[in-house]
Ligand binder design. Structure first.
Ligand code: ACO
Length: 430
């Protein structure tokens, strides 16, 4: 990247020249990589609100315009016209595939959907009431113990096989975690089904009954997968990059991403949001919850509201809302009380000064939980489904980082504000 402009920093009468880098789109970035060497100064930015940690060609977000692009394509176009495996190809390789590339990719993914049989015993080591995210984090990490032939990160072929394996096996692993938690037998993948329909099959099929997922349901799920597939340098993706920067194997890196995603301020928000909507329960209780969300002495926040980057609207939330309307109509549940609370809560909050001033809008999680609930998933499956969708994004970002010859181990610095040097005193003297 060429620097067309120079920023000048003045500190204690000294002048430091810093290149200003120009990305393809988005704000320019001051290159401070040499600042410490030049000036013995760090920058201080906990939470990375003004810091770009890498350059990337995968995803672009314009938070002000409410725009999200995967490799340059608007996410709403992809959600409407594409399907998840095609989007996976786009994220991984940078271009939309032609028919034979797509056929070949789908074939490679479907040939890896089964998990090593020994892994089923691994599942049985968990308590039945374990949160599926705990199981999935563990099982993903354990994949490095099962697939030794795809852990050498220096070999591009092994990186490729590891990527395909994770995209192919995550639905199987997530469905197994679900089946295990409800005491039903594991269901093998069915490779003639598409990605979303196969996942539904593994989750809802029982040996005694026929099961065919309704087209509208698998389409809605496929959209959820597309909308969650990548989101540039969010907390879990940054975790994957940081773990990967040490040379850790791909399964370990993605397990780190899954662990990070679990938090309620990140991937856990869709679960927390649906629980909140249920707790509100009826439209007449909304005012009370809005009051609590605005009270600085109350830690309660409106889940599914607000976003670090989108300060106008979250483009994914619009599609999700439309999808929720469609699927509930399709399932004959248009009067769904949770959806009614959600719609009314959104309306009231968007008219409220507090939310307007702080640019707080519904995010992707506000409506996704309603869809997943209508499909039949319990709330603790929401974040695992997010993890399943995001795996391709994590992998694309990880692959991009590993292929970059300039990559360095991620090692943030700190501002130490603790005690200065002092000397040990024997316990009696303290
Ligand atoms: N409800 C009420 N107030 C809120 C909310 C909310 N959901 N979100 C932010 N605010 C308020 C804060 O209290 C703060 O107010 P103040 O200026 O009076 O102190 C102001 O808005 C700014 O909030 P920050 O926490 O500084 O914003 P930040 O960008 O760091 O946080 C976050 C973003 C974490 C997403 C936050 O909005 C939040 O906690 N939302 C609820 C959880 C959620 O839905 N997370 C999903 C994110 S999307 C995803 O991971 C896919």
């Amino acid at each position: 990247m060429n620097a067309e402009r120079i920023a000048t920093l003045h500190v204690d009468g000294q002048e430091y020249k810093l290149p200003v880098l120009k990305p393809a789109i988005g704000p320019d970035a001051i290159d401070i990589r040499k600042l410490y060497k030049m000036a013995n100064l760090f920058t201080f930015d906990p939470g990375f609100t003004s810091t770009a940690a890498c350059d990337s060609t995968i995803t672009f977000i314009d938070g002000e315009a409410g725009e999200l692009l995967y490799r340059g394509y608007p996410v709403d176009e992809l959600a409407e016209h594409s399907h998840f495996l095609e989007v996976c190809y786009l994220l991984l390789y940078g271009e939309l595939p032609n028919q034979s590339q797509l056929d070949d990719f789908e074939h490679r993914v479907t040939m890896h959907t089964m998990v090593h049989d020994q892994m089923t015993y691994f599942f049985r080591g968990f308590r039945r009431d374990a949160h599926p995210m705990a199981i999935i984090t563990g099982v993903m990490g354990a994949m490095s113990a099962f697939y030794h032939d795809s852990t050498d990160i220096a070999d591009p072929e092994q990186r490729e096989i590891a990527s395909i394996r994770m995209i192919a096996k995550l639905p199987t692993i997530v469905a197994m975690a679900f089946k295990y938690s409800i005491g039903q037998p594991f269901v093998f993948p069915k490779n003639n089904l598409n990605y979303a329909a196969n996942f539904l099959h593994m989750c809802f099929k029982v040996p005694t009954e026929k099961f065919t997922a309704a087209k509208a349901v698998s389409r809605a799920l496929d959209r959820i997968f597309i909308l969650h597939a990548d989101h540039e340098q969010n907390a879990s993706t940054s975790t994957v990059r940081l773990a990967g920067s040490s040379g850790a194997n791909p399964f370990a890196c993605i397990a780190a991403g899954i662990a990070c995603l679990w938090g309620p301020a990140h991937g856990g928000a869709n679960e927390a949001c649906l629980l909140m909507l249920r707790e509100i329960g009826s439209v007449d209780r909304i005012a009370e919850f809005i009051r609590r969300a605005k009270d600085p002495s109350d830690p309660f926040r409106l889940m599914g509201f607000g976003h670090r980057v989108y300060k106008n609207f979250d483009p994914r939330a619009k599609i999700m809302k439309q999808s929720a309307d469609e699927i509930l109509h399709e399932l004959g549940d248009s009067d769904n009380s949770t959806l009614q609370v959600a719609r009314e809560l959104e309306r009231i909050a968007l008219e409220d000064e507090y939310f307007q001033e702080r640019c707080l809008y519904p995010n992707v999680d506000f409506y996704s939980g309603i869809i997943l609930d209508a499909v039949g998933f319990p709330t603790d499956m929401f974040t695992p489904i997010f993890a399943l969708s995001r795996t391709v994004g994590w992998i694309s970002q990880w692959k991009e980082m590993i292929a970059d010859p300039d990559v360095k181990i991620g090692r943030p610095r700190q501002m130490y504000v603790g005690k200065r040097n002092r000397h040990y005193q024997p316990v009696k003297a303290r």
